[in-house]
Design a protein around this ligand. Structure first.
Ligand code: PMT
Length: 480
């Protein structure tokens, strides 16, 4: 048995998995080393205790002073410096770490790690740590594509169980275009959050609808609403962070779909209905955040309607859209999967109206949302909701939509466990180890076909799908 001074890892709230986490950022010598400063700043802002280790070559691109100022801690640069080794030696850093992030992980750095070398500050602490290791590669496209680099990455994933985020594609400092860009610091932070978050939704299939619907009047005009998609996208991202397999059905929204989430773009209620019929076939949880139009124009004009022909008055005949949530509720019957979570956007008698929707739409949970309250509801980054189910109404403290999303999922997970005999979600953090394993598997699958967890590539694919789904007339026009 191997035993040592490392205390058991702390439980973590999936809404803030980086808060209080001890993260070591290892910086290798590449042109992207300057971006590590932004990464360190973001990790620090998220509440992590960040230490930085640098190779000698990294210090040619950026000075340790920058990282010392950002972390307010000494930077580990020299394995053979007696003072450094005594105060922040590589073994102490390696033992204390909850996560080690190597950014940028250069071709040379990856080769050293894959060979199990320990001759510099970064590789020594990576070899010594038992914490998860996240690699963020960055290099020239031909170096990245080289079979030896690919073999090194595979070895690091398959043999050592390390995780990989990126590289992204684009125009590189070496003037080549292709894969090799360091993943965006925000994407590296999210990958770190995923690794440190409890994976209590691992294996759970979650469908989330988000955003508005646009109901076409003519090729230029539509009836829409004020939903930005922020709340639904936050729920999709939160479920993904907790290990769920997530399908996001997104109405017209300017937001990029979250990385790692399968996104389908829809424009109107009927399209959303089709997408839902497909996505919910094997879903465990469905969260209906989308602001679906209750009515649509009875006829869509093929040509743009002309004011000169309409005169001073125009009448628009509307027909009712299907109530998608109610249809799901009716089809499913009580107490069976998927667990149905509806929203109620209300401007008065919020809880009472939410209770009515719980009954009429036959769902398990209704998120009551007073959209008249400042800082809540449409288009803002925060929300204030009450979770209404048959037994109770739980007020969620007002906060960022990213946090509110986790509280909604907490309740949905408990309801899922109750309906299906699935083990109830463990206390935050208790399944972190299982989560790390699941994430390893994800990284393996991603690396196998050559590219690692490439956030940009994933986003691009989703965007293409979104563009495809926006073929209907009147798609971007905003005048009604
Ligand atoms: O996107 P954001 O800018 O972040 O704003 C978030 C939000 C305010 C849109 C969100 O928090 C919210 O309240 N969403 C529900 C909006 C809504 O349509 O509420 P509703 O009370 O009209 O509908 C009740 C439920 O029935 C909803 O789950 C809705 O998705 C569903 N519905 C409604 C109409 C319809 N034809 N079919 C449906 O399935």
């Amino acid at each position: 048995m191997v035993d040592g001074p490392r205390p058991p890892r702390a439980s973590r709230d999936p809404a803030k998995p980086l808060a209080g986490a001890r993260i070591v950022v290892g910086v290798c010598g590449g042109i992207a080393a300057y971006k590590a400063a932004e990464l360190v700043r973001l990790l620090d802002k998220a509440g992590a205790h960040v230490d930085v280790a640098m190779t000698e070559r990294a210090q040619r691109f950026i000075g340790p002073m920058t990282f010392q100022a950002l972390t307010r801690r000494p930077v580990f640069t020299d394995l053979f410096n007696l003072t450094e080794e005594a105060t922040i030696g590589h073994i102490q850093l390696a033992d204390a770490a909850d996560l080690v992030v190597i950014a940028p992980a250069t071709a040379n750095g990856l080769a050293r790690l894959a060979a199990g070398e320990a001759g510099d500050a970064v590789s020594a602490l990576v070899l010594a740590t038992r914490a998860p290791v996240l690699l963020a590669p960055s290099m020239n496209v031909n170096m990245w594509n080289h079979p030896l680099t690919q073999a090194n990455v595979r070895r690091l994933v398959d043999v050592a169980g390390y995780h990989v985020v990126g590289p992204g594609e684009g125009f590189l400092a070496c003037r080549w275009t292709g894969p090799g860009r360091l993943a965006e610091p925000a994407d590296i932070v999210e990958a770190a959050a995923l690794l440190l978050s409890p994976q209590d939704l691992a294996g759970v299939r979650v469908v989330v609808t988000a955003g508005p619907t646009y109901e076409a009047i003519d090729p230029a005009r539509f009836i829409g609403n004020r939903s930005s998609g922020k709340m639904g996208v936050a729920i999709a991202a939160a479920a993904r962070r907790r290990g769920a397999s997530v399908r996001l059905l997104l109405g017209p929204s300017a937001l990029p779909p979250p990385v790692g989430v399968t996104t389908t773009s829809v424009e109107n209620a009927v399209q959303l209905g089709w997408a839902l019929a497909d996505a919910t076939k094997d879903a465990d949880v469905v969260v209906m955040t989308a602001a679906v139009a209750d009515y649509r124009p009875a006829n869509v004009a093929k040509e743009k309607l002309k004011r000169s022909e309409l005169g001073g008055r125009m009448e628009l005949e509307l027909v009712a859209n299907p109530d998608l949530l109610a249809e799901l509720g009716a089809r499913r019957g009580r107490g069976r999967r998927p667990v149905l979570v509806g929203f109620a956007a209300e401007t008065g008698d919020v809880i009472e109206n939410a209770r009515k929707k719980l009954e009429t739409k036959r769902c398990d949970l209704v998120v009551a949302n007073d959209v008249a309250e400042p800082g809540a509801g449409f288009a803002v980054d925060t929300n204030h909701v009450t979770l209404v189910d048959r037994e109770q109404a739980i007020e969620v403290p007002a906060g960022p939509k990213s946090e509110v999303a986790h509280r909604i999922l907490d309740r949905a997970a408990a309801l899922l466990a109750a309906t299906a005999g699935v083990a109830p979600p463990a206390a935050a953090g208790a399944k972190a180890a299982a989560g790390a394993k699941a994430a390893v598997a994800g990284a393996k699958a991603a690396v196998a076909p050559k590219a690692a967890l490439a956030p940009k590539a994933a986003v691009k694919g989703d965007e293409r799908a979104r563009e495809k789904g926006r073929g209907a007339p009147g798609k971007r026009a905003g005048r009604a």
